[in-house]
Design a protein around this ligand. Sequence first.
Ligand code: AMP
Length: 945
Amino acid sequence: MSIPLANWIKEKQQSAPFFGANSAWLEQYYDLYLQDPQAVTPELQQLFKQFDGEQPDVRHQPVIEQFIAAGQLPAGGGLSGDADHAMKQAAVLRLINSYRLRGHQKADLDPINYSKRPDTPDLTLSFHGLSETDLNTRFNTGSLVTDTPEMSLADIVDRLERVYCRHIGVEYMHITDIEKREWLQQRLEKPAGEFGFSDDAKKQMLKKLTQAEGMERYLHTKYVGQKRFSLEGGDALIPQMDALIGHLGKHQVKEIVFGMAHRGRLNMLINILGKSPADLFDEFEGSDESLDNVNSGDVKYHKGYSSDVPGAHGPVHLAMAFNPSHLEIINPVVLGSVRARQVRRDDQNKNQVVPVLIHGDASFEGQGVIMELFNMARVEGFDVGGTIHVVVNNQIGFTTTHALDKKGGLYCTEVAKMVQAPIFHVNGDDPEAVVFATQVAADYRQRFDIDVVIDLVCYRKHGHNEADEPSATQPKMYKIIKKHPTPREIYSQKLIENGVIDSSYAEQLMNDYRDSLDDKQHIVEFADENNDQFVVDWPPHLDGDLREKVDTTISEEQFKKYAEIITDLPDDIKPHPRVKSINDNRIKMMRDEIPMDWGFAETLAYASILDDGYQIRLDGQDSQRGTFFHRHAVIHTTDSAKNYTPLERLETDSNKIDIINSVLSELAVLGFEYGYATAEPNALVIWEAQFGDFANGAQVVIDQFISSGEAKWGRLSGLVMFLPHGFEGQGPEHSSARLERFLQLCAVNNMQVCMPSTPAQTFHMIRRQMLRKARKPLIVMTPKSLLRHKEAVSTKQQLTQGGFQLVIPDRKVTNKAVERIILCSGKVYYDLMKRINENDIKNIAVIRIEQLYPFPRPELTAELDKFTNAKEVIWCQEEPINQGAWFQIRHHLQHCVADRFPLYYAGRKGSPSPAVGSYQVHVKEQNQLIEDAIHGNHGSAIDAE
Ligand code: AMP
């Protein structure tokens, strides 16, 4: 059945393969099909057949050519010689364009010639109406960057082949900005495929290739069968990184932060970052370091390293981030770390600290975090001025090859086009092409502040790890690989043939390298000294004590100063009436006319932290306003797009505040904030979830970094997570932040889990997080309905006196009268008190546990000691019995209660889902658990379980 072409185009434009830059490609094929249907693949024939209507479509190409020629037709018709030349001239320009657009598909990229390449008929003369007889004709070269404005067609084609179809295939025509495209054309077309490296530069590349191969061979024979995730096949990564560091040094870059997968990591650590071979060998041999659960350590191919190497303008600091097995998750962490370093240096152009991310091909196209990363690349709160991405593309993901199963698109790098990054596909057997492309990419990043991608097309000599047998699943590919000479062998042969070295030179390089490893010498030359003023002083934060007593109060004067700054809006800021009323209330709170609410106390905490000299970065979904309309840290004026952040008035050169409405991601954003916090101990970094359950989307970051980063790698982080939590009838997802999961991750004081129940508690908790020396993650179950609860309020005195209470005692009861003690955390306290006050109950004490980890055993025990006549203790929670704190803290409760009283549970029954969907059922359940707690109906929920 035929369909109208216009409709078809409209429909297909919604789908990626037919969108944007691809349309030119599609049109060329359609034209070819009209001339000869057999000239295109059967799939395309089938596709184009749909347009066959009653009237056959006409070829576009000749029509276009006739139009061009028409202006030059002499009276009387017929093509003159000039017109014929003009037609051909137009064809030549189209040919040039085709090379720019599609030369990468013809380029010689795959060292083992394994992958099937697409046809490129549009890179033939005949496709454009030219023929071999035109080869000697001279044509204008148009925008092709050449030394002369005219060249023979043969020379033009030769130049295009050399630039676009040899060992670099570059995709850049999807970039809409003409300046960027022309910049790239200058850099790529001008040298005409001649990279112009000096003999010394070539020898340096060979040296680094020798190190890459030498290192793997050494480990292969010394530690037979041990996992090392060999780089072999992708050896060019080492000369590439060596050249990149040198090149960035020339750009006055001061720090480079690397994120990297397993493959080749040991090689990078030794040959690029300068880790001591002795240390690595110890790790292979199993060191006698005594590890415990506090410092549990990690496998050698996850470890990071830092060093300082000499650069053209002083030392360049290199930092390889520690990473877990979920490899690509390191990327946002690195970017967060880079952003923190840029802020520290006041690097406004973002050109002094550069992220380099080294990916695997299968994960680059398969993992969603990569898309999230690109989405954040140009967003103000996360921009790092561009990332240099390198994909070590060995054309296989564990056992799965691109051709068979991965199938994302022609290349594994398609996703990078969402930020219009230029993509350089490079043949990994040609180190000069790799280094050239890398230098152009780095210059582009420094010039245009945007991501660049280098797709290092290579192969993997061994299996996924060295114990694996790749031929079992990829026999054809591995038959080719077994016979293929190494990149070092290929390059040294080339240098010998070109007279750059003689044959003994290459051999000597290898022998020297092996000797260095035998002698356990450092392979990399370090800078004499890095007396950079921006080195962070971490030691004061090591061995931080979570029980350190700090004064978190502020003086009356400070209170007044901060409150005035927060509430005093400039005349030209006219907030929405609801926001104005919140601000007016804050003025009354300042004057002690009404009690203080959550939003005001929290904002006062930020003001005081800033004024103490710390940086603040509060980032989350709608954090400027606050999901529940309580914060309004950024105030919008209603009559213009202007907004105002009162806290900025407390900024100085060093203490900045950034309150960011984040992109709608959890995984990459939380990773980014963790990275920021691990690089900046003097910043209060808070990630806020819109609802607590949103953290589920970032579980990898919570498990593999936040809770365990210190134990595995000794990397501290004072990151704060604000997770709205509380059962208010909002259904299964928006009720619970999964408190139980956080508590399950707690051990050996790795982090803190708090559920503050008053504004003053929040104030002191936030201040405590910065004023103590310890830098440990703080997980906060933050309130929703309590933000406006008339009982959940505080006074000015509660900020100017006291501090964060781990346990809040019941102040109203007479101790002797108490027969039942209820323990709880968070919002349920107010539900319990409502019932107690309504019924004027005098024999129940309610004690709030405000910090659930580290659990305040001494404080709770001391509180329980007061009630000598009590007969039982009840833990009351809103969550189902299998969730919430109960199973995670029962042993602590039991310890405090000891054998003085029986301990019971009052809460919801066990449930696979966090909460019910029906509001009515929610209310019924909530009433029941309050009843159970107050009347001591213990056991009912457990029985029902
Ligand atoms: P970097 O700038 O990441 O290379 O860090 C330099 C040095 O600071 C590291 O070698 C560590 O000794 C220390 N360091 C960096 N980050 C942390 C952290 N999050 N926790 C503890 N020490 C750190």
